[in-house]
Ligand binder design. Structure first.
Ligand code: G6P
Ligand code: MN
Length: 453
């Protein structure tokens, strides 16, 4: 799979050119800030913002230009473009965070399943599958451009849904220099550490799963010299975590932490990824979701609006502090990964990789999320060295089979395969509902999905 490169590629160590694919995203400033904080070990002299949305890309261009000037980085070149050739030529690193169909389509992924009483979520359940069939095409496009214009560049991907992306890229571009990563585990760790008074930098975490679908089995604290997972589980059972500053005032994250506590009350042996709430408590989730105002609406009225306002203030030369972001670990995590490749640091990250024995009793060609070391040769997954319990194995196998069927469906243009994938999804109780919601999503995605026959 893509993450095992055959030997290191020749890399520059100065004058680095970083391209952000999905440059117009509200997460771009956090990534750029993280790059700037690491300028001693990650010396970037050019940023390119690449997007297909001219308005959002230009808004971000205005914000980043202001940020670079404000922070004294006049020497860094900034380019914003819609032209892939201009964007990717000469790139050393590509950070991808594209969202095919934007928030408008995320809103549909969330609201259409809710009409059928099904979980409506951007990456989990059939909403995630709907997004997947759009996203694969977009990401294949980006990876294709990189192969054409900058074949030696590393692609570090945040684009969701990550396991579907990893599976599709493996099939189409098995030799791409690409690492798929998600910030959820680091965010869980950081939020736990802040809530309960630990320093996560001292932690060595053992974790396995699929993306947004996994469990910690051990959190060893090097300073305290003990596994702190049992005490963390106990604390979570007693009371939910409070949202961290980077989720300030964001009720839906508070709801997620509340549900995390529910999961460990019911299944106290391992510490789960909060996204498992959608598979364990779909009814509760549906009941507590407003079908007319979902997460996409909150993001549009929050992060997206704030970004727009920042660009407007800069255009109108407003006074005072204009830049106002707190992105938590999102930007730092992907930049740390780039630094680890460039400087061959062999730091440890949670990544989405081909299993190949990392989880011994799971099929080799599953795209799994496990800890891995990252250096000049890419990512090297760390084996669990033990089998996983039947409960997790069963859940993961069903999810993995559903994801594989969906990717088959994408490449073969097969309605039957996609219907099987929807039916197998553990948030869907019947084939009847699977078909109804699928037929509705086909209409909603007519400009994005491959034709299914
Ligand atoms: C976490 C997940 C991402 C997901 C994001 C959603 O960071 O790891 O995969 O996209 O949350 O956040 P949002 O604020 O857009 O709902
Ligand atoms: Mn994620």
């Amino acid at each position: 799979m893509q993450a095992y490169s055959k030997g290191g590629i020749a890399m520059k160590h100065e004058d680095l050119h970083v391209v952000i694919a999905g440059g117009g995203s509200g997460y771009t400033p956090g990534i750029i800030q993280a790059v700037l904080h690491n300028s001693d070990r990650f010396p970037v002299t050019k940023f390119t913002l690449y997007d297909i949305d001219p308005v959002r890309n230009e808004d971000m261009n205005v914000i980043i230009k202001y940020m670079l000037k404000h922070d004294g980085y006049d020497n860094i070149e900034l380019v914003a473009t819609l032209d892939p050739k201009e964007a990717f030529t000469g790139a050393d690193f590509v950070f991808s965070q594209i969202r095919v169909g934007g928030m408008e389509m995320r809103e549909k992924d969330e609201k259409i399943p809710l009409k059928y009483g099904l979980v409506g979520q951007e990456t989990c359940g059939v909403g995630g599958f709907s997004y997947g069939l759009r996203s694969i095409k977009g990401l294949l496009g980006v990876v294709g451009y990189v192969q054409e214009y900058a074949p030696d560049a590393w692609i570090l991907n945040y684009t969701n849904p990550e396991t579907l992306i990893a599976e599709a890229i493996r099939r189409q571009y098995p030799n791409a220099h690409m690492i798929n990563a998600c910030d959820m585990t680091i965010s869980i760790e950081e939020t736990m550490a802040r809530n309960f008074g630990y320093d996560r930098k001292n932690w060595i975490c053992q974790y396995y799963g699929l993306n947004h679908f996994g469990w910690y089995t051990e959190i060893y604290d090097k300073k305290l010299e003990r596994d702190v997972m049992p005490e963390l589980i106990k604390k979570l059972q007693d009371a939910p975590m409070k949202i961290a500053s980077f989720n300030k005032g964001d009720q839906s994250w508070q709801d997620a932490w509340n549900m995390l506590s529910e999961i460990v009350r019911m299944f106290p042996d391992y510490l789960p990824n909060n996204y498992l709430e959608y598979y364990f408590f779909p009814d509760l989730v549906v009941e507590s979701t407003d079908p007319n105002y979902t997460r996409a609406n909150m993001v549009m009225d929050g992060r997206l609006k704030r970004t727009k306002e920042m660009a407007e203030k800069i255009r109108h030369h407003a006074d005072g502090e204009i830049l106002d972001f707190d992105f938590g670990e999102h930007g730092e995590y992907i930049v740390d990964m780039a630094c680890s490749i460039l400087n061959d640091l062999y730091d440890r990250f949670m990544l989405i990789l081909p299993n190949h024995g990392a989880i011994p009793n799971l099929r080799d060609d599953a795209a799994v999320e496990v800890p891995a070391y990252v250096g000049r040769l890419g990512a090297e997954p760390i084996s669990m060295r033990h089998d996983i319990p039947d409960f997790h194995k069963g859940l993961m196998e069903a999810q993995n089979a559903a994801e594989k069927l969906l990717v088959d469906g994408y490449f073969e243009g097969s309605y039957q395969k996609v219907l099987q994938a929807f039916t197998l999804n553990q948030t869907v109780p019947s084939a009847d509902k699977a078909k109804k919601v699928l037929d509705d999503l086909i209409v909603a995605n007519k400009d994005y999905w491959p034709e299914l026959k």
